[in-house]
Design a protein around this ligand. Structure first.
Ligand SMILES: NC(=O)c1ccc[n+]([C@@H]2O[C@H](COP(=O)([O-])OP(=O)(O)OC[C@H]3O[C@@H](n4cnc5c(N)ncnc54)[C@H](O)[C@@H]3O)[C@@H](O)[C@H]2O)c1
Length: 265
């Protein structure tokens, strides 16, 4: 008899699946038996992830989706329902970093774009997937927020505020959906090597400063997409059946510490 997967029989929709944490989550979910519906605005990367999942024998469909556009998100949820007739798990993972401009220079377009993707993307997908989850009285939504939504210093103004909004939306939607057996949680990654942080890592590599990447975390290192994917897997699985409305840092202890200067060897 084959090994039982932690997501056997479940259907999972994952946004931002073309790269980084979303791709790692898709591959891990498939290896645990989930059927996948993947989305990203980046079509080539999305196809690559779908091929990687198929190579591992996973069932997968997906389509190019801009999560900031409600009609496109609704079409994605419709695709999931027409293909698999149910949605058990929704991972609102697509995100954009905005810029690091000072407040006085941050444009209205940056704020609108960052909020459109990081907040409204999760709102639209949750809204459209929730109807089917509520009808079946079961479901799990996992939002990818950030340590930037907990404390300042890990992103620009718009990005940090959008992730704080996403953490709050995790709580409010958990309250709305809890009575229907639908759980909503968030992961808050720290510094992870992905497409979003590639420029910083490329710079550190070129400057011979890779030992400095993540050294301010209590674990003294940066994280990997798979380490976030395993946390998303736990929150999405039945193993987390009594957890809802929570935002769990996956950050090497970054947010656990005040990290005062001079306190570390
Ligand atoms: N990498 C980190 O250090 C870090 C830290 C905290 C939080 N996060 C969050 O993790 C999530 C995944 O990002 P990542 O680090 O894997 O980076 P990534 O750039 O590798 O992946 C993000 C994906 O989101 C997609 N995306 C962007 N805008 C989109 C849109 N409008 N519609 C659909 N897809 C869109 C991108 O094309 C990309 O494939 C994001 O929400 C990000 O904010 C990352």
């Amino acid at each position: 008899m084959g090994k039982k997967g932690r997501l056997d029989g479940k259907v999972a929709v994952i946004t931002g699946a073309a790269n980084g944490i979303g791709r790692a989550t898709a591959i891990l979910f498939a290896s645990e038996g989930a059927k996948l519906v993947l989305a990203d605005i980046h079509e080539e990367g999305l196809k690559e992830t779908m091929e990687l999942v198929k190579k591992k024998g996973g069932a997968v469909t997906g389509q190019k989706t801009d999560v900031s556009v409600e009609q496109e998100v609704k079409a994605l949820i419709d695709l999931a329902l027409t293909t698999y007739s149910q949605i058990d798990i929704l991972c609102n993972n697509a995100g954009t970093g905005g810029d690091l401009a000072k407040l006085e220079n941050e444009s209205e377009d940056t704020w609108k774009n960052v909020y459109g993707v990081n907040v409204m993307g999760a709102v639209f997908a949750s809204k459209h997937a929730a109807a089917s989850m509520m009808a079946r009285k079961s479901g799990a939504i996992v939002n990818t927020a950030s340590v930037a939504g907990i404390r300042a210093g890990a992103g620009g103004n718009a990005y940090s505020a959008s992730k704080a909004a996403l953490i709050n939306f995790t709580q409010t939607s958990a309250c709305d959906l809890g009575g229907f057996g639908v759980r909503v949680n968030a992961v808050c990654p720290g510094l992870i090597e992905t497409g979003m942080t590639r420029r910083v890592f490329d710079y550190a590599r070129a400057a011979g400063k890779m030992d400095k990447m993540g050294y301010r975390c209590e674990l003294r290192r940066y994280g990997h997409p798979e380490e976030v994917a395993y946390t998303i897997l736990f929150l999405a699985s039945d193993e987390a059946s009594y957890i809802t409305g929570q935002a769990l840092p996956v950050d090497g202890g970054n947010t656990a510490s005040l990290n005062l200067p001079g306190m570390k060897a």
